[in-house]
Design a protein. Structure first.
Length: 193
């Protein structure tokens, strides 16, 4: 039987509220808008907004549109994009193990067509793993890898356990590169000395 990753798309352990809340928190902090300022603009208690950003409450109807308007974002609440992003992630990872480079490139072509919708949806964090793989294996961009790693490490609670496994596998590949060609591998060692 060939290698295959078993994915569990029916019983996801991360609530979608957490995904949406973390997405908005990231967008807010990118724009240097404080929680208090956004809460004031939305005319809501900052504790309630904090609970939303941390996935502890459901988003009331229409609130995503209000936040989108203030942050100039366009969050897509189509849950199918999340399932599609997970499908792409698992296909890419499986093709990586079978060394099917052309299949990986074909999947990336498809992803690029819908990237704007996927990156602004519940699939945000799953798509970041897909991007990590791209920067690791295709483009070999260390600064983008470090940027995505920092973002995902701060939001591990937004990843399903199977997504975390893939994420750590990719990081293992990244940090196992030859020290002579990758100075980043030695950074954690230098920090502890």
């Amino acid at each position: 039987m060939p290698f295959q990753i078993k994915q569990n798309t029916l019983n996801l352990s991360v609530p979608i509220e957490r995904l949406a809340g973390a997405y908005y928190r990231i967008q807010r902090t990118k724009q240097n808008i404080s929680l208090s300022c956004l809460a004031k603009e939305l005319r809501m208690n900052k504790g309630f907004l904090s609970d939303l950003e941390n996935g502890k409450r459901h988003f009331p109807d229409g609130l995503c549109k209000q936040i989108d308007s203030i942050l100039n974002t366009n969050f897509n609440t189509n849950y199918d994009l999340y399932i599609l992003s997970r499908k792409y992630l698992f296909e890419i990872f499986e093709n990586f193990f079978f060394e099917r480079q052309q299949s990986i490139l074909d999947i990336y072509k498809i992803i690029q067509e819908s990237e704007n919708n996927i990156i602004n949806s519940y699939a945000y964090f799953t798509f970041k793993i897909v991007q990590l793989f791209y920067y690791l294996r295709i483009e070999k961009n260390n600064s983008k890898i470090i940027e995505i790693e920092a973002l995902l490490n701060q939001n591990l609670n937004c990843l399903q356990s199977d997504e975390i496994s893939i994420y750590y596998s990719l990081l293992g590949i990244f940090y196992k590169r030859d020290v002579a060609s990758n100075h980043i591998k030695m950074d954690p060692v230098k920090r502890t000395q």
